[in-house]
Design a binder for this molecule. Structure first.
Ligand code: NAD
Ligand code: IPM
Ligand code: MN
Length: 342
């Protein structure tokens, strides 16, 4: 099997990915890593290269990819994130962004009502279209008459395949989230694809919410959701919200996948967190649970479950970083999780 390509990236990316790699190593399942640690903001600022064609081919030749985070306060344009993360998502056609959410421990819930805390849902975010394609442009830049247009791209193929994936991931139900009461063309397309998928799955409980109401309902009763399918932007925003419901942004895992090729790029939901980078306090749980998603997809189901159990045990014992109520460093938190592996 080819190695797993690894892009630690920037800020806390390398700190948390280090713990994820050590944890996967400890499982003894014979996976190898091809680390591209030159893909970072320093190189982009120095050379203007985000991800070279050679880097892209290395990732494409791997069995799966693991990414920490890309982003640096010194980089002002979107070209860097577009050049690394969005290039990988788009050019490898990783059309599903799968973001599972399950409350890690009761004490981490921001919800005051205990009956609302049994959060166990998945955000299925469309990952190759929407506002992220770069279609658009600027007229008369830097003038009072500047016009800036970012077109929201929705294709029948893109919308229908992500909705199909959502149904394949459903345990009890699927809720489609859009803003079709205000956004005309894309709204109609999502609604049509949705209605035809609903008709094909009479056995699955289905519902529809506008995104503003969905944000409200995720706080008032997150237990009402199983799988949420939505577009690129709403999925981005709602998945930070749900990460917080489940234990905090530092604990949330995600996978960018193409369900046909089977290739996946795995990354924690959080970013490079420049405010805490270098302090040794970043929570490695998001990265470690992300590596569990990765090895699960490669067929190591028992080991993935063991990693999840070890994370829960370490958190329950308070052996974790400050953001989740502990006092450990990133490295000690990783070690505490590995100590729970049986
Ligand atoms: P962020 O996710 O980096 O941080 C938001 C807040 O959460 C910060 O207060 C941070 O300290 C905290 N946080 C995040 N991860 C944490 C962890 N593991 N442990 C403890 N606390 C954690 O979001 P931001 O500040 O908006 O973005 C910073 C940079 O990261 C930007 O350049 C952004 O574009 C980039 N970004 C990259 C990715 C990615 O590569 N997948 C995702 C999101 C943001
Ligand atoms: C994420 C991030 C990215 C996104 C940024 C860094 C482009 O926020 O993975 O959630 O919006 O997809
Ligand atoms: Mn995001």
């Amino acid at each position: 099997m080819p190695p797993i390509s690894v892009i630690p990236g920037d800020g806390i990316g390398p700190e948390v990915i280090g713990e994820a790699l050590t944890t996967v190593d400890e499982l003894g399942i014979g996976l190898e890593f091809d680390v591209l640690d030159h893909v970072n903001a320093d190189r982009f600022l120095r050379t203007g290269v985000a991800l070279s064609d050679e880097d892209f081919q290395r990732v494409g030749a791997s069995c799966a990819a693991l990414l920490g985070a890309v982003g640096d306060p010194r980089v002002r344009s979107s070209e860097y994130a577009r050049g690394v993360l969005l290039r990988l998502r788009f050019d490898l056609d990783l059309y599903v962004n799968y973001r599972p959410v399950k409350l890690l421990h009761d004490r981490l819930s921001p919800l005051r009502d205990a009956t609302r805390r049994a959060v166990d849902l998945v955000i299925v975010r469309e990952n190759t279209e929407g506002l992220y394609t770069g279609v658009g442009g600027t007229l008369r830049p830097h003038s009072p008459h500047e016009v800036a247009i970012d077109a929201e791209v929705n294709t029948h193929l893109g919308v229908s395949r992500v909705i199909d994936f959502a149904f394949s991931a459903a345990r009890t139900g699927v809720c489609m989230v859009d803003k079709s009461n205000a956004v005309r063309s894309g709204g109609q397309l999502w609604q049509r694809c949705w209605r035809s998928a609903v008709a094909e799955h009479p056995d699955v409980a289905t519902s529809h919410l506008y995104v503003d109401a969905a944000a409200m309902k995720l706080i008032s009763d997150p237990t009402a959701f199983d799988v949420i399918v939505t577009n690129n932007s709403y999925g981005d925003i709602l998945s930070d919200l749900t990460a917080e419901l489940a234990g905090g942004l530092g604990t949330a895992a995600s996978a960018n996948i193409n369900d046909t090729t089977g290739f996946g790029l795995y990354e924690p939901v959080h970013g490079s967190a420049p405010d805490i980078a270098g302090k040794g306090i970043a929570n490695p749980i998001g990265a470690i649970l992300t590596s569990a998603l990765l090895i699960e997809r490669l067929g190591h189901h028992r080991e993935a479950a063991a990693v999840r159990d070890a994370v829960s045990a370490a958190v329950a014992a308070g052996r974790c970083t400050p953001d989740v109520g502990g006092e450990l460093t990133t490295k000690d938190s990783g070690a505490a999780i590995r100590a729970e592996l049986v």
